[in-house]
Design a protein around this ligand. Sequence first.
Ligand SMILES: Nc1nc2c(ncn2[C@@H]2O[C@H](COP(=O)(O)OP(=O)(O)O)[C@@H](O)[C@H]2O)c(=O)[nH]1
Ligand SMILES: [Mg+2]
Length: 396
Amino acid sequence: MKQQNVAVIVIPTYNEADNIGRMIEYLNSKTFPNIIAKKGDLTEAWNMKILVVDGNSPDGTGKVVEKEAKKYNNTFLLTETSKDGIGAAYLKGFKYAIDKLDADFVFEFDGDFQHPPETIPLMLKAMEEGYDYVIGSRKVKGGSNPKGWGFKRVFFSEFGGFVARFILFFPFKNFFKVTDPTTGLKVTRVKGFIDKMDLDWTGDRLLTKSFGYKLQLLFETLKMGAKFKEVPLQFHVRNAGESKIEAKTAKDIFRVAILLRWFDDFTQKFLKFGTVGFVGYLVNAIFLNVFSKSWSIEWLAWLLSTELAIVSNFTLNNIWTFKKQSISGPVALIGKFFQFNLSSAGALLIQTVVGSLGVKYLGVSRQLLLPFIIVFLVLPYNWFMYNTFIWKNKKK
Ligand SMILES: Nc1nc2c(ncn2[C@@H]2O[C@H](COP(=O)(O)OP(=O)(O)O)[C@@H](O)[C@H]2O)c(=O)[nH]1
Ligand SMILES: [Mg+2]
């Protein structure tokens, strides 16, 4: 640990002239002194800074911040040439915080008092405990939605949050661990996370420059292996001014969630694995038909067509599904192909044993049992064997 941890509260603003001055005053006079005095169980030395990223607001937000920046030397203004979306504003802010403000931790924080400044010390506490990523959640004990929200608003927030969680993470552990995926209050460790992130907001690096950035940064940071924790967020109603959320925002967030999951390496790999398996089945079926018509030796037709399917599976998985772990060179290929045959024999054994026992003792029909065995036993078995033994990640 350094002598001092620099935490930068990044606040994007667009037309927040009625809020931002009060917010800066509040943080500097009420919130930061408690942190510096190590109240609330804090033990380390914190250097707190504020960075407002203003989308060149026509209402004079920038002027207000400039005035505050003259008064407080920990307060900075980054003026964008135009309103580029909240996601873009955050990436610009992160870059500035690292390059110019020496940030060790960056906060995502709203300028309209919807995020209570009192949550900041709780989040820093978690950072002191060694977490990399701390999220303010409205869904954990102690967290809440604004009192003024009607049924419809609560329903959409709850339902939307659930759908986002489902699309992004189901059925893996983060589906259960991330309770509030669309929250905007977060703090992230710079070292190992923000400094490894692509902060170029131009081009197509961001799937959206608007509010969907929340899901993208969440997804990316967790993918990087961040140790994360949720703290309760009591989400308030806006102090003044207007929300920048538009009707199309929900649709945009949904689109981002789908794209994130679809283009994820894991998903792509799994889809390719499934496709290769299906091709293998076709090879098996077609050659079984051909061979059994040409010869009268039944078992030979089964054996050869199955082996052709195994060859097809091995080859396609090697050059496509597991391209990054691809095996090359004749000796390695022969060795792995032998291993692959053993693994496939295992799958055959599972299918034979469970299939015949099922038919005999459960009395279920073969055509019903087969797809069940394939989906719930053979697929997971193959996926496991391929990833752990055949195409395991090369050690870095
Ligand atoms: N710089 C910048 N800030 C934005 C933009 N859109 C929203 N913000 C700011 O981001 C914060 C959250 O936006 P807000 O409209 O309050 O969203 P809501 O709380 O979900 O209704 C506020 O401080 C906004 O002023 C943008 O395009 N550019
Ligand atoms: Mg807001």
